[in-house]
Design a binder for this molecule. Sequence first.
Ligand SMILES: Nc1ncnc2c1ncn2[C@@H]1O[C@H](COP(=O)(O)OP(=O)(O)O)[C@@H](O)[C@H]1O
Ligand SMILES: NC(=O)OP(=O)(O)O
Length: 466
Amino acid sequence: FVTTPALSAVRTQRATALNLIMTEEEISAILSKANGCVESECAVSDVDDLIAELRDQQKVLSARLENIMNAVAHLQAANAAGDKRKTDDVRSIVKDMLRVFTTGLAGRAASRLQGRATSIASRTYSSTRPANDRIVIAVGGNALQRRGERLTIENMLKAAADMAPTIASLAREHELVLTHGNGPQVGELALERSAASFDVLGAESMGQIGYVLAQALSSAGCPTAPVICQVVVDMQHEAFRDPTKFVGPIYGAKEATALSQSFGWIMKPDGEYFRRVVPSPPPVEILQVEAIRTLLEKCPSVLPIACGGGGVPVSRVPSNPRTLVGVEAVIDKDRCGAKLANELDADGLIILTDGGGIWQNYGKPDAREMKLASPEYLLGTKAGKAFPGSMGPKIQAAIDFVQNSTKDDAWAAIGDLRDASKIFGNEEGTLIKKFSHSNGVVWRERKKVATGIGGPKLSSDQHKSG
Ligand SMILES: Nc1ncnc2c1ncn2[C@@H]1O[C@H](COP(=O)(O)OP(=O)(O)O)[C@@H](O)[C@H]1O
Ligand SMILES: NC(=O)OP(=O)(O)O
């Protein structure tokens, strides 16, 4: 922009083009500070004032630029479907983009208030949810590593790049915190360095995954701040006597016995194969929660990535509780995500997997998927207590979040990452919230057998060692 009074005449003639950059109000705020400075002695305080004004404007312009980049990413994604794209959806995105250009310049205060909520939003999926909910989204370690593929950084980057537009699109509409699993990755790191302890390996996996997600999300127009979180656990918890968390690859029976004898690993069956298990105590205290809250409140355009891998497990030394020590464990990221969501007073918790929602009689011919379930219903079925396989901790996390929330309409959802946008309208996945009719459960009509979407997870689909 130009900082001479002559600008206003030019501006009147080319109002539309210039208004896309700065409003009259914003330009005059800068001009008045600059003119005041030039007309006086340019005192230190005057220049400081001008600098502060310019910095403020710089932030506003960066946010606008980001909105435009988001619009481009969103339109590209919508247009990529070619002949199969839904024209109504594309039109709705373009309308939202127009709204950004016409209402997004209503002055600095409005722009700050709008934050991420109205930056650029496709509202195609939010018809049943108010925009700008505060939501914690948990993605599984398996979402970063497609089943059947080797766990390499290259494959992780590819999986993250596939996932990023979905998360970026939700982040434009809602106030998100992203958390992620680390089961496959932390197990792989443990294979490389068997002497390292799981707190350190956990922190390393968080750094690795946080970086990969940050890179992919940034390319999708969504700036992030990965935070390495420490999470206090109770060393007396029974989880230390009965390790349950699967980490790393699968092995055949002979290989598993040999590894157990060589390294003292505890191996448990996972389907027809075996996998290493480590203790997984519940999270008691998330030490960086205030930092995450501050990020949400002060930097609305930045998406915090927090409590990855359930956080680094630490315990307090009983004789000096300020002193922390690392713990040999891997916390479940869904349970930690639920705690994080409660502590941030979130509206929702979404747990994204590479399967569907919650199935009854999972993997059997008479399987059916829950569309809507109340926490009470889930607690009363084996789902809430001893649901087999990996779904148990997810269901428990959803129940914990909804029941511990101070909000009556708090909700949790479990579904496939690829269906993330449809989860909001309850078109896909399972929604968990308080309700009393229909005995606390509504079944999804159309899917009859859980052998396609949400079908049984075969161990042979998982990544193998090496
Ligand atoms: N009752 C069930 N309903 C749906 N999925 C189930 C059920 N029981 C086990 N699963 C399996 O759990 C998987 C999700 O768990 P997991 O792979 O551990 O998730 P993450 O993505 O967090 O690593 C689904 O893809 C599905 O194969
Ligand atoms: N820490 C954790 O729960 O990781 P996964 O989701 O990958 O199992």
